[in-house]
Design a protein around this ligand. Structure first.
Ligand SMILES: Nc1ncnc2c1ncn2[C@@H]1O[C@H](COP(=O)(O)OP(=O)(O)O)[C@@H](O)[C@H]1O
Ligand SMILES: CC(C)(COP(=O)(O)O)[C@@H](O)C(=O)NCCC(=O)O
Ligand SMILES: [K+]
Length: 249
């Protein structure tokens, strides 16, 4: 059995798949925060995980902790490369690109082959990346994620409160908490809309923990698709020859 892991700066997402299964055809999946890391081994089968493919952007301590949790698996630590699986990476220094972003771009390519795609991953940071129709990762944008953006106001002002991410029409609010949330949602959605316009995108994929709040605010003529975890789909697409079962964008 294959274990796929997307270790981000807030949560560690994982999925189990049978060898040869199509990308996204999980047997089981889940997510834990960093504080809940020690819950992971109990969620995984004691035996039978032969291979693991891990994207980790959360540092070397987490790398070592995860390695100890997969004693029997042949573990590959996914890294951004200049070229992989038909995708060329145009970052000036290809290895500088976060491996989760490279995996997300591969996932976008799998879901929207031959299309100019914007893939937005709304996590601790929000990353908004452009993939060309002929398979080039052109580059992207990094901004504070929704939670981080909102909490930076609470931490750096005298009067503004901490506001939890939530659902709200991003309009003109009549109270402080809603005004903060509306402002941050508008900034996130606005950046995604701007990226789609700049790229001339024909498909937009929105993923990550905060996608559930940001996607409803988007106004895009091309529409958008919410994908629970595009990083895991991209990782999986690199190790299976089975075609995606999901319908394309
Ligand atoms: N149960 C949850 N626990 C933590 N964050 C959550 C949860 N549900 C939604 N979120 C939101 O999702 C973000 C984390 O998303 P995620 O994609 O896991 O990020 P990362 O890949 O950076 O770890 C948080 O900043 C928060 O806004
Ligand atoms: C931008 C990121 C912090 C996003 O991390 P996440 O929000 O998924 O935890 C991560 O992709 C990263 O550390 N990137 C390295 C720099 C770059 O991609 O240019
Ligand atoms: K992200």
């Amino acid at each position: 059995m294959l274990l796929l892991i997307d270790a981000g700066n807030t949560r560690i997402k994982w999925a189990l798949a049978d060898e040869g299964a199509a990308p996204g055809a999980w047997v089981a999946s889940g997510a834990v925060t960093h504080a809940e890391l020690n819950h992971l081994p109990a969620a995984w089968p004691k035996q039978g995980i032969t291979r693991a493919l891990v994207s980790n952007v959360a540092g070397s301590k987490l790398h070592d902790q995860l390695r100890l949790m997969m004693p029997t698996a042949d573990v590959t630590w996914f890294a951004s490369k200049a070229q992989l699986a038909g995708l060329r990476n145009a970052y000036r220094n290809p290895s500088q690109l976060g491996c989760d972003r490279f995996a997300a771009a591969l996932g976008a390519r799998a879901l929207a082959p031959g299309q100019a795609v914007i893939v937005a991953t709304c996590g601790t940071a929000t990353t908004i990346d452009a993939v060309s129709a002929d398979g080039v990762f052109l580059g992207g944008m990094i901004l504070p994620g929704l939670g981080l953006m909102a909490s930076s106001l609470a931490h750096n002002t005298a009067q503004l409160p901490e506001v939890a991410p939530g659902l709200l029409p991003a309009g003109f609010a009549d109270n402080t908490a809603d005004a903060i949330l509306s402002g941050c949602l508008s900034a996130q959605a606005g950046a995604i809309e701007r990226a789609c316009a700049l790229h001339g995108a024909s498909a937009c994929i929105v993923s990550g923990g905060a996608a559930q709040y940001i996607a409803p605010v988007l106004r895009l003529s091309i529409g958008h698709r919410i994908v629970d975890n595009i990083v895991l789909i991209g990782l999986h697409s690199t190790v299976t020859s089975s075609p995606l079962q999901d319908s394309p964008c």
